[in-house]
Write a protein that binds this ligand. Structure first.
Ligand code: MG
Length: 138
């Protein structure tokens, strides 16, 4: 699988090389997704705090749907995720992505910047060996 080969390459890169790649990587696909997702957005009070509340509630709701399917796999199928549930999770993850994109839009944030900043934060923690633990500022 191509992904596995690429992941192995990333694992073999130095920390600094990964950081440089992340800083200069083309994450335009995230911005493109945001653009197309926003174009499908129909909800009240877009562009103010109530619009933001709508997207955040939706994000929470869709995350709950994901949790529910995994819970049912634990309850009903000994923790095995069936093909049927995997397909449902596939679409629910898309719903989460849509709400993340529209929450970014409500906050006037480019989702590409969110993706980049998140990776830089995590690789900084990895380098300092504090990936595990608690606290947003560790
Ligand atoms: Mg859904």
């Amino acid at each position: 699988m191509e992904f596995e080969k690429l992941l192995e390459q990333v694992k073999n890169m130095t920390h600094q090389a990964v950081i440089e790649d992340i800083k200069f990587a083309n994450f335009r696909a995230f911005s493109d997704y945001q653009l197309y997702a926003v174009n499908t957005a129909i909800y009240p009070n877009q562009g103010n705090t109530e619009g933001l509340l709508y997207t955040v509630l939706g994000l929470n709701g869709e995350s709950g749907e994901v949790a529910e399917y995994v819970k049912k796999a634990l309850r009903d199928d000994d923790g095995k995720v069936s093909d049927e549930r995997r397909e449902k999770l596939f679409y629910e993850l898309g719903d989460i992505l849509w709400y993340v994109a529209n929450t970014c839009e409500e906050l006037e944030i480019d989702i590409e910047d969110v993706a980049r900043a998140n990776l830089l934060k995590l690789y900084d923690r990895k380098e300092r060996e504090v990936l595990q633990g608690e606290g947003d500022t560790r």
